[in-house]
Design a protein around this ligand. Structure first.
Ligand code: AMP
Ligand code: ZN
Length: 135
């Protein structure tokens, strides 16, 4: 469950030193080396899964449970005003490191960062058709 060519496997496994702010048996939370804001961190599962599609449901659940806890702790300790939780899958969605991770991005008044998308347009018919895909 480990990929020898994967930088996040090496970091999560302790082969490469890093600034970890939390660790348990299954996850390590490290500071992002190119932070969007002060304290930007990444939740890494210790096992190698390329993305959310490949990860067992319990690991996904655990990662997002941890994201909720980290949002609380980090907001308190860093004095943040808000928080973004971001998780990219596949290149088209902005993923650049192909070992599942969750971005924890504390937000501060006036930080000037942009995390988001351009709002698009739809019609009631189109929204209804999409809904029908889910039965
Ligand atoms: P993504 O674009 O969602 O795949 O995010 C990858 C993130 O990993 C980026 O925010 C990078 O700055 C960060 N990153 C890449 N390599 C390292 C590293 N060695 N240590 C810490 N963060 C890293
Ligand atoms: Zn990996």
């Amino acid at each position: 469950m480990r990929d020898d060519n994967c930088i996040f496997c090496k970091i999560a496994g302790g082969d490469i030193p890093t600034n970890a702010i939390y660790e348990d048996n299954d996850y390590k939370v490290i500071l992002d080396m190119s932070p969007a804001t002060r304290g930007h961190a990444l939740i890494l599962p210790k096992e190698h899964y390329k993305n959310i599609y490949e990860m067992p449901e319990e690991r996904v659940a655990g990662a997002f449970r941890l994201a909720g806890k980290m949002a609380q702790t980090m907001t308190d300790k860093l004095g943040a005003d808000g928080f973004n939780i971001v998780q990219n899958n596949n290149e088209i969605a902005g993923q650049t490191v192909f070992h599942f991770h969750i971005h924890l991005i504390p937000r501060y008044e006036g930080d000037g960062q942009v995390v988001g998308w351009r709002p698009g347009e739809s019609t009631p018919e189109e929204l209804s058709k999409i809904k029908d895909l889910f039965g």
